[in-house]
Design a protein around this ligand. Structure first.
Ligand SMILES: [Zn+2]
Length: 265
């Protein structure tokens, strides 16, 4: 039996820098949203994507079969599984970002860019907030932190129910955490390699993307920006049908997310 999910507040990553944020700009967590928009400028000829070099893509912290790791275990409630994984991914991505955060500054990353795409933060009134990448990441992390520690949204006490908005909030969280991971690859991969943490980053990304796919948490259009990487990293991680197919049922792992769709609300 599962014990109670640990309170994520106790998992706050100490290494994550606390940046001064204009509090007036911090959006209410329940309404936060952002949009990606091409920045209109001529695309800068893209630098060669270092993170696609085989030398780096083959680096993982573990060769675990992620497909098995993301599948909803029998007897575990779907929401409970989503909640526990959301909290874990949040902590890991926060930690991974903290390793390069000293290089992600208002000077180096004036906008939240992933390649030629820019993300903008929108406050609770739908007002576009111009922000640097570190500010955007702060918005994401503080909003998610607030949500995952809200007992009404991520209940940890026995018998307490998940709210109706739970799944849609989880989807939002995954979408924003994806932006953070994509930014690390696109703007800070060199530093990650210098720290010899690209194996961890690749592993985290693979696990994260397969989890997203398994439960249909993020629109594929949103993640398309990193499809080249996803293809390389995830193609060897589980899409290759679970050959030994223990419980005999799905002979084609290709249908992938078919079973555990999270319904759109
Ligand atoms: Zn940055």
């Amino acid at each position: 039996m599962l014990g109670p999910r640990p309170q994520s507040s106790s998992h706050t990553v100490p290494a994550a820098p606390v940046r001064p944020v204009d509090l007036a700009c911090v959006p209410m967590p329940l309404n936060w949203k952002s949009k990606a928009k091409p920045n209109g400028k001529k695309p800068v000829p893209e630098e060669k994507k270092l993170y696609l070099e085989p030398e780096y893509t083959k680096s993982r912290a573990t060769d675990f079969e992620f497909k098995e790791l993301v599948t909803l275990p029998r007897e575990i409630d779907l929401n409970e599984w989503l909640a526990s994984n959301t909290t874990t991914f949040f902590n890991h991505i926060n930690l991974q970002y903290s390793t390069i955060s000293e290089f992600c500054t208002a000077d180096t990353c004036q906008t939240m860019a992933v390649g030629s795409t820019q993300y903008y933060w929108y406050d609770e009134r739908g007002k576009k907030i111009k922000c640097t990448a570190p500010q955007y990441v702060d918005f994401v992390m503080s909003s998610v932190q607030k949500l995952v520690t809200d007992e009404d949204i991520f209940p940890t006490k026995y018998g307490k129910e998940f709210p109706n908005s739970f799944e849609s909030l989880v989807k939002k969280i995954f979408r924003y955490l994806f932006h953070v991971l994509a930014h690390i690859y696109s703007a800070h991969f060199k530093e990650t390699v210098a720290l010899e943490l690209h194996g961890h980053l690749n592993t985290l990304y693979t696990h994260f993307l397969l989890f997203i796919r398994e439960f249909n948490l993020v629109d594929p259009k949103e993640t398309a920006i990193m499809d080249d990487l996803t293809e390389v990293l995830c193609s060897n991680s589980g899409n290759s049908s679970s050959a030994s197919g223990s419980s005999g049922g799905t002979e084609n792992g290709g249908g992938a997310a078919a079973q555990n769709h999270v319904k759109e609300r």
